[in-house]
Structures are given as structure tokens and as C-alpha cells.
Design a protein around this ligand. Structure first.
Ligand code: SAM
Length: 219
């Protein structure tokens, strides 16, 4: 994210926090609006999977009455996320949960909404992660998962700032563009292999997969 694998996990989490709060900060409220407009879900339980410092969950927490579990596999991200939730006065409706998206510590049919930004590209087994997301979703629940910056203008500003402050990121971003299609195809392939029905959004806000858990008809 910030260029260089030589960083310790703690340094990586701190770097993501700084970038999220300073350079990516306009992206999260915009993505939160996109999620609300697309899913129409504003109450109930939400999981932000691979939350990092927690900015997407925090934006959703400010705009809705959702109770949000911010889940991440990194303890260092957890400490930072908890600190950010406290400074935003959101601890009554948001909490950090340590866990792997491929084996989430939630019961079946738990969440109304699962969101995730910028984490899917790190998931080792996409099929397992999608099945797990569908397991924890309530019937009628929706998942909104992918990556992006919310709008073309926000992305343009972010790319400019990152190029200036983190030249290494700019290089990996250019390289990343070349592999974007491959990464998206990998996601779609996993969905097809698992025979999971999905919708996708590919617009200026980013690339997002929408999963809907069917309502079970009980006779
Ligand atoms: N969603 C945040 C954001 O947009 O600011 C953070 C994005 S950061 C690029 C990716 C995050 O995904 C990291 O915090 C990482 O620890 C987390 N992550 C990666 N693999 C994961 C997994 N299998 N389960 C849970 N979190 C994971």
C-alpha cells in the first residue's frame, strides 16, 4: 500500500491509517453513499470486512443507524481502528473484531450488510471468502465488496497526492493498472466456480461485486 514489503505489520497498519485519514479521506464518505444508494440498507447489522483503520465503517456509522462490526485479520489494524472509533465517538455503535474473512467469528444469518473496500485483493481463497460472506448474511441481506475511490475526481486527486508523497505507490499503481483486468477476472472466476449469483458495478466509483442472499420461503 505504502510501498515496500520491508515494513513490519505494525508499520504497514500505521502507514495505511495515515494514508486513509489524510489522502484517501474523501473517498470513504462517497463510497458509503454509493453503498447506501445501491443497497438501501441503513439499519441493522453491518460487517466491514478487512476494515484496516476503519474509515469505511466509520463513514457508514455516521450516515446510518447500522451497528457495525469492523473486522480485520491484523491486530495492529485493530488497535488503530479502536483508537479511531473512540476519537469519532462511535464506540456505542461500532466495534473492532479480530478475524479472517474466510472464517468470520459471526453466527449464520448475522448481518444485514457486508461491505469491504480494498481488501478483496489480499484474500487467499476467494471462493471460501464469498461462501463465508453468504453464510453470515441474513436472508435478504446484501454484500458490497470491491475497490475504488468513490469518484473520478477523488481518484485523480488521490493519485496526484500519492505520486508526490509516496512515489513507490505510484509505480505499483501503474503496474496495478496493467493487472486490474486479471484481478477482476480472478474475482469473477471464483464467483462462477462457486456458482454464486452476483451483480457487478464498474464505474467511476470503482469495481464492486454485489451479492444478495435470497429470502428463504418457509412453508
Ligand atoms: N478497508 C480499508 C480501507 O479501505 O481503508 C483497509 C484496506 S487495506 C489495503 C487491506 C486490509 O485488509 C488490511 O487491513 C488487511 O489486514 C486486511 N485483510 C487482508 N486479508 C484479510 C483477511 N483474510 N481477513 C480479514 N482482513 C484481511
Amino acid at each position: 500500500m505504502s510501498g515496500g514489503d520491508e515494513k513490519s505489520p505494525k508499520e504497514k497498519a500505521e502507514s495505511m491509517d495515515k494514508i486513509a485519514r489524510e489522502i484517501f479521506k474523501e473517498a470513504y464518505p462517497k463510497i458509503a453513499d454509493k453503498i447506501i444508494n445501491t443497497t438501501k440498507i441503513k439499519s441493522g447489522k453491518c460487517i466491514d470486512a478487512g476494515c484496516g483503520p476503519g474509515m469505511l465503517g466509520i463513514s457508514l456509522g455516521k450516515k446510518t443507524s447500522l451497528f457495525i462490526d469492523l473486522l480485520d485479520i491484523s491486530e495492529d489494524s485493530g488497535e488503530i481502528c479502536t483508537k479511531n472509533l473512540k476519537s469519532e465517538n462511535l464506540t456505542d455503535k461500532c466495534r473492532f473484531v479480530l478475524g479472517d474473512v474466510m472464517q468470520m467469528p459471526f453466527e449464520d444469518n448475522y448481518a444485514d450488510l457486508v461491505v469491504s473496500r480494498g481488501s478483496i485483493f489480499f484474500w487467499e481463497n476467494l471462493g471460501k471468502a464469498f461462501s463465508e460472506i453468504l453464510r453470515v448474511l441474513k436472508p435478504g441481506g446484501v454484500a458490497f465488496i470491491g475497490g475504488g475511490f468513490g469518484s473520478a475526481k477523488i481518484e485523480e486527486d488521490i493519485v496526484k497526492k500519492m505520486a508526490k508523497e509516496y512515489p513507490e505507490w505510484r509505480k505499483s499503481e501503474k503496474k496495478g493498472k496493467k493487472t486490474t483486468i486479471k484481478r477482476r477476472l480472478k474475482i469473477v472466476k471464483a464467483l462462477l466456480e462457486e456458482e454464486i449469483p452476483y451483480e457487478s458495478i464498474c464505474d467511476e466509483s470503482g469495481f464492486w461485486i454485489i451479492l444478495r442472499k435470497k429470502n428463504e420461503i418457509i412453508i
